[in-house]
Write a protein that binds this ligand. Structure first.
Ligand SMILES: [Zn+2]
Length: 338
């Protein structure tokens, strides 16, 4: 019935419980889950889960806060290989993050340049493979990261679609990116009393322009706020948004599932087969001889540097919710390799 379009099933906090997590999701009416890759290893593990469970699909990508952790030479080729997997439904999450300080040994300008270079390389990969992208963006304060992100993605309009996940911006920004053919996606933040702008966007967005997600294990919706999030809880977000829109959860599910069908390619020929199971054991990716091997951009091309500028911070309580998200791990990463 519902699709959780953004979950981190490979997160350490869900490890060892996947069968129970998926059972609770099914009981809550969540029939499809997209697990999100953040680096090569989590992308591989996500695809392995997708091979094992028919209701799980995966994205592959290098998150902006991981760009200094992958060996420069081969991560893009690894993603290219994985993008051919029949259960890889998008590239992500990718984007820009100006929230976290530069890693030790890096200066800010080089770190931002590296983020941008990796982001652009993965946009090229997505376009070459006919995939859409899951976009992460986060400012520490102001909108410098958001503005930079829009600049990077602008040339790709018409070549791919992005979903701006964990939507936090005002309606004016939502209307602009939706007008360019992109999507926005709502987490449990839409249910928080102190995020009225997000709630307003969730009430106003036209059918076909938005999807639902948990971003689990982070950002659990009311009434689960503060707990570890999991795909079953997308139901609470859906119930709340449906109420705001004056429709049933069933109607909202049908609307957002149709959007997910289109965005992830489930509506196309042979893509909606949820009973797909691998011929090979987990971690054996198809050689995909029928798929092209598009040339990808050289990662040594000179990056365009972006300078951050101060502006108004996020509302404190939203900021607090996000802070909790990053506090889940001491290194303030989405999740660490285990
Ligand atoms: Zn995420």
């Amino acid at each position: 019935m519902l699709t959780d379009t953004h979950a981190h099933l490979c997160s350490a906090s869900l490890a060892g419980e996947i069968d129970a997590v998926l059972a609770r999701a099914a009981a809550a009416g969540v029939s499809r889950i997209v697990t999100i890759g953040c680096d090569v290893e989590s992308s591989q593990r996500g695809l392995a889960l997708a091979e094992r469970y028919p209701q799980v699909w995966a994205t592959v990508g290098l998150h902006p806060t991981y760009v200094t952790e992958e060996p420069a030479a081969d991560w893009l080729e690894s993603l290219q290989q994985m993008a051919r997997h029949p259960k890889c439904v998008a590239i992500g999450e990718i984007g820009l993050d100006f929230y976290h300080p530069e890693p030790e040994g890096w200066n800010w300008e080089d770190y931002v340049a590296r983020q941008q270079t990796c982001f652009e390389a993965q946009l090229a990969l997505a376009a070459a493979y006919g995939k859409n992208v899951i976009v992460h963006q986060r400012d520490r304060s102001g909108t410098a990261c958001w503005e930079a992100l829009k600049t990077v993605i602008a040339p790709w309009q018409g070549k791919l679609r992005a979903v701006f996940h964990c939507w936090l911006h005002p309606w004016q920004e939502a209307a602009a990116v939706i007008g360019q053919g992109h999507l926005i996606s709502f987490t449990g933040i839409a249910t928080y009393k102190n995020a009225p702008e997000v709630a307003a966007c969730a009430a106003a967005a036209a059918p076909g322009s938005f999807m639902l997600e948990t971003d689990s294990p982070y950002l659990a919706p009311v009434p689960h706020r503060g707990k570890r999030n999991e795909p079953a809880f997308v139901r609470a977000t859906a119930d709340w948004i449906a109420t705001q829109r004056g429709i049933t959860t069933h109607a909202l599910a049908a609307m957002t599932n149709a959007t997910a069908d289109s965005f992830f390619g489930w509506a196309g020929p042979n893509q909606g087969n949820h009973s797909w199971m691998p011929d090979e054991p987990c971690r054996q990716f198809p050689s995909s001889t029928s798929l092209p091997s598009p040339s990808l951009p050289c990662l040594t091309s000179p990056p365009v540097l972006m300078k951050s500028a101060g502006a108004s911070p996020l509302r404190p309580n939203v900021q607090e919710g996000l802070q909790r998200r990053w506090n889940c791990s001491p290194s303030a990463r989405l999740f660490r390799r285990s």
